[in-house]
Design a protein around this ligand. Structure first.
Ligand code: HPA
Length: 270
């Protein structure tokens, strides 16, 4: 299927991206502002999982951010939509086959760390994926990656530093921390958030770790930024809604876009 999808995309464009960027909940607007070369709707790609999440657009955008050639996923697919782990990460393998070398992940998350405020950005420096199934289970395809991939630098430390430096230069405040991916689609209980906290997680969400693991496996240098759109259950007494998540993401979209765009420009400049 991967080969078919690759052929379909290649029948439309020979664009070879350097950076693959995935835009999370409420963060998709960034793709409308870049220098667009081509867009391809997921629904037109053979066997491609289609995003059913609200506010996810469902298309690849090929274009330029400064000098950087990028492919953007405007909308991702999640395990909670009913897709298998392999389906969820199939776009990652496809973007790697298209030639991308850096995988830049973004998401919306609930803040667990007491020092985090709503609207903060967190550079993801590690993750906990132990509560979700791995997309790497099953017969290994050695042409994509090794059976037992190392995850000791899953979020590439040089890229984390580059994002941190970029934030400083642009006067954007950033935190750093560990992201935990749970299955969703229900937001967590208070007891679950206590568990996450005990385990060392700073922010919780329903995506990203599965992608980072697959990305690392297939040879991407991976990095990620999480937007703390709400405080996790029990950290604040307020019930969590997807409206609040989107509202916060929209509110901070300006500085978020700036941080992502400036970081990617810097990646392209070597
Ligand atoms: N929990 C899980 N996923 C999320 C949250 C949350 O609090 N906020 C945004 N995505």
């Amino acid at each position: 299927m991967l080969q078919k999808q690759l052929e379909y995309i290649r029948s439309i464009t020979d664009f070879k991206p350097q950076v693959a960027l995935i835009l999370g909940s409420g963060l998709g607007a960034l793709a409308d502002e870049i220098d667009i070369v081509k867009t391809i709707d997921y629904k037109d790609i053979p066997g491609f999982p289609i995003s059913t999440a609200p506010s996810h657009k469902g298309r690849f955008v090929f274009g330029f951010i400064g000098k950087a050639k990028v492919v953007i996923m405007q909308g991702r697919v999640h395990l909670y939509e009913g897709y298998t782990p392999k389906e969820v990460v199939s776009p990652i393998f496809l973007m790697r086959k298209l030639g991308a070398e850096v995988l830049f992940l973004t998401n919306a998350s609930g803040g667990i760390n007491k020092d985090f405020s709503i609207g903060d950005f967190m550079i993801i420096d590690d993750h906990i994926s132990s509560f979700i199934p791995s997309a790497l289970i099953g017969k290994n395809d050695d042409s994509i990656g090794t059976r037992f991939p190392d995850m000791s630098d899953v979020y590439n430390s040089n890229l984390c530093k580059l994002i941190e430096d970029t934030a400083k230069e642009n006067n954007i405040d950033v935190k750093k921390g560990v992201y935990i991916q749970l299955r969703g689609p229900a937001f967590e209980t208070k007891a679950e958030i206590r568990m996450c906290k005990t385990l060392g997680a700073d922010a919780v969400g329903m995506s990203t770790a599965i992608e980072a693991q697959a990305g690392n496996y297939c040879g991407f240098k991976v990095c990620g930024i999480s937007c703390i759109t709400n405080l996790a259950c029990g950290i604040s007494d307020r019930p969590i809604t997807s409206e609040e998540v989107n509202e916060t993401a929209n509110r901070v979209a300006g500085s978020f876009k700036k941080l992502v765009i400036k970081s990617i420009e810097r990646i392209a400049n070597g």
